[in-house]
Design a protein around this ligand. Sequence first.
Ligand code: HEC
Length: 229
Amino acid sequence: MKYFFLAYAIIAVLFIGLMPTRGAKSPNTPIRLFPDMDEQDKLKAQKPSDFFADGQGSRQPVAGTQALGLNATGALELGGIHDLEFGGGIGYYASGGIDGYFANGMPEELKLTADNVTAFLKRGEEVYGVNCAICHGKSGDGLGVTSNYGVPGIANLTQESWFPAAYPDGRLFYTISNGKGNMGGYKHNIALRDRWAVVAYIRALQTARKAPYDAVKDAYDKGIATQAK
Ligand code: HEC
């Protein structure tokens, strides 16, 4: 027993003696039993690298590609998509609200004219088709593919409760941007202008749904005919 205590004391002293002082600086490489991710094979921005033949760590963009947010000449303009186009900004165009109230109407920043409004709606159709139709259905009726797999409570956007009188354009824009309940927001995925295009397209879907059969007879019958094929 006598030796046990002696051995115990010696081991304890050795152990403590060997422990590095926490926080002490040393030029030596530390002994690391668990290196975690201290050393990584990675390139740091602006640092040289002998991995590439030209000795440069940072790479040039692949020829013929264009960075998101820049146009072909490297300027920050639409065509690439301006950062601000995803959020930031104030006013009706960026928020859907005026003085704290949701408003109706297309913002003037869209510079809509009789000439470009058709292309704008087409764009809305495209963006809606990519992002929304999977849940809300191609026609907005809420019966998209996911409804077959049990996603509950998908809004039927062709119902009166989503018409402008009850649910202003600005609110629709806000919902697309920030989401609602089980639906995520799209402000980081769909550019501002495109979100307004979706608003406009949903209005077109609603108007189409309201139209009396006589008014849309030709298009309707043609649609049914192509679906039957
Ligand atoms: C993953 C499925 C899904 C996708 C994709 C989706 N939604 Fe929804 N959406 C929902 C669900 C679920 C609700 C019901 C949310 C709730 O009330 O909890 C909803 C609700 C809504 C509402 C009504 C919100 C309210 O105030 O009650 C609108 C408007 C809407 N979506 C528009 C869109 C638009 C436009 C897109 C495309 C940009 C889109 N949604 C994409 C699932 C989706």
